[in-house]
Every structure is written in structure tokens, then in C-alpha cells.
Design a binder for this molecule. Structure first.
Ligand SMILES: O=C1C[C@@](O)(C(=O)O)C[C@@H](O)[C@@H]1O
Length: 251
């Protein structure tokens, strides 16, 4: 039997069998980011994701460092996931692999960052090398892959999880868009299979309203983290945090 690994982020244990809730913060300016962080903190999530691709000043590291430290002051003990989602994976901004690498290494070097999202299937990036470099800075990595227009079939989904695993990241995340009810069930079933096979904590979601159930079914499938909205949604189908928490408790 596969012995599952867990990842400790401050007081939160990812992969312990109880799905955790992460709230994205997506402001375009420092003021918007900090306002959203206050609202997010009020919802008492387990984690907050800073979607840095929305922030206009992100490439000015002096400014970005100020935002990160103000964010962390507001969030206190809530761990911060740093995510720069590129245009190629449904994010807000195009960026070269070199810039992406530099930005994520900068984020990893900051004490306020607890976890870094690395797009795991970007051939020009060499995600395994970036992951290794983030690890050298003492930070764990979520290797992610997004399909905003379809749900790959079972063999492809399995190989996506395996490719992400091969980057050396601790946590593996796959987000897909369903075109049918069967697509949603396939994502849930592949997640369960991979949760049995791989030691890594996994995160999966089927986006849009059709895939809504995938955001509340982590106890069943093994998905260790679900993204919920405190006002702002960063992907279609995210449920409000309070309702999401209630669903997770009931299930
Ligand atoms: O990768 C993910 C998952 C996500 O796309 C979702 O569907 O909830 C939301 C993003 O903010 C996050 O980076």
C-alpha cells in the first residue's frame, strides 16, 4: 500500500485526509489586494493563494515585497500560496519562462511565502529544475496543470499526474473543464486512483457549475485542497467559503 505523504504549512497539514480550503486573492493594486486579504482572512480559510498575475506591480520586486509583507501581516498564521498563473494556463498575464523562473525564485526566497505553485507541464520552463531550486530555498511546491477547454481522457489524465509527479513537487494539482457529466466522474475517479497510487497529496477540480461536486468531494477522492471564494472567484465554479466548509463538514 502507498504510504501517503503530508505537507506541513504552519499549523495546517495538507494530505491528512481532511480537505483544506484555500481562498484566492486577486487584486490588481496593493489596495485591492490588501482589502481582499482582509475579507479572505475574515472567512478563516486554511490557506490563502496570492494570484500575483493579477497584480500590476509584480515585476517590481521592491513593491511586491511590500505587498507580500503587508499580506502576511493581515493573514497572520494563515499560510500563503504564491501563484503566478500564466496566460497559457488560464492566468492573467503572459510571461517568458526566464521571467517566470526568476519571479518564483524571488517568491520562494521571501519568508512570507509558505508554498509555491509551479506550472508543471511547460516544456521551455524545465519545471523539475525550478522545483529543485525552490526546494533549496526550503519551500514546498505545487506542480499544476490546467485544461480550461476540456477534460482529457483517462489515460491522458493519468499521465498528466505522472508528469507532475516527475517534476519532484510535493503536491500535484490538475484542473479541468468538463463537457459532460461523465467528464466530472472521470476526473473524480482518476483522482481516487492516483491518490491510491502516488504518495503525494493531490488537488483536483472539475471547473464550472457542472464540476461543482468536485470541489466538495475531497474526502471521497483524496483531493487535499479546494479553492473557495470570499467574494472573488479565480476560476469558474468556485463555491463560497462558508457553504463549502459546511459541505465538507457534512460529507
Ligand atoms: O489552480 C488553481 C485552481 C483554480 O483554477 C480553481 O479551479 O479553483 C483556481 C486558481 O486560483 C488556482 O491557482
Amino acid at each position: 500500500m502507498t504510504v501517503k505523504h503530508t505537507v506541513q504549512l504552519k499549523n495546517i497539514t495538507l494530505g491528512d485526509g481532511f480537505p483544506k480550503i484555500c481562498v484566492p486573492v486577486l487584486g490588481g493594486t496593493e489596495g485591492e489586494i490588501l482589502e481582499q486579504a482582509r475579507v479572505a482572512a475574515g472567512a478563516e480559510p486554511d490557506l490563502v493563494e496570492w494570484r500575483a498575475d493579477f497584480y500590476g506591480g509584480i515585476t517590481d520586486y521592491g513593491k511586491a515585497a511590500g505587498v507580500l509583507s503587508a499580506l502576511s501581516e493581515i493573514l497572520g498564521q494563515i499560510p500563503i500560496l504564491f501563484t503566478f498563473r500564466t496566460g497559457r494556463e488560464g492566468g492573467n498575464r503572459e510571461i517568458s519562462p526566464e521571467e517566470y523562473r526568476e519571479l518564483n525564485l524571488w517568491a520562494a526566497s521571501r519568508a512570507e511565502t509558505d508554498l509555491v505553485d509551479v506550472e508543471g507541464r511547460w516544456p521551455e520552463l524545465q519545471a523539475d529544475r525550478l522545483t529543485e531550486a525552490v526546494h533549496r530555498m526550503g519551500k514546498p511546491v505545487v506542480a499544476s496543470s490546467h485544461f480550461f477547454d476540456r477534460t482529457p481522457g483517462r489515460p491522458e489524465l493519468v499521465s498528466v499526474f505522472e508528469e507532475l509527479r516527475d517534476t519532484g513537487a510535493e503536491i500535484l494539482k490538475v484542473a479541468v473543464m468538463p463537457e459532460s457529466r461523465e467528464d466530472v466522474l472521470e476526473l473524480l475517479s482518476v483522482t481516487l486512483e492516483m491518490d491510491r497510487r502516488l504518495p503525494n497529496p493531490l488537488i483536483s477540480m472539475s471547473m464550472g457549475s457542472l464540476g461543482g461536486i468536485s470541489r466538495a468531494s475531497g474526502r471521497l477522492t483524496g483531493s487535499a485542497l479546494t479553492f473557495g471564494a470570499a467574494g472573488n472567484v479565480s476560476a469558474p465554479g468556485q463555491l463560497p467559503v462558508a457553504e463549502l466548509r459546511r459541505m465538507l463538514e457534512l460529507l
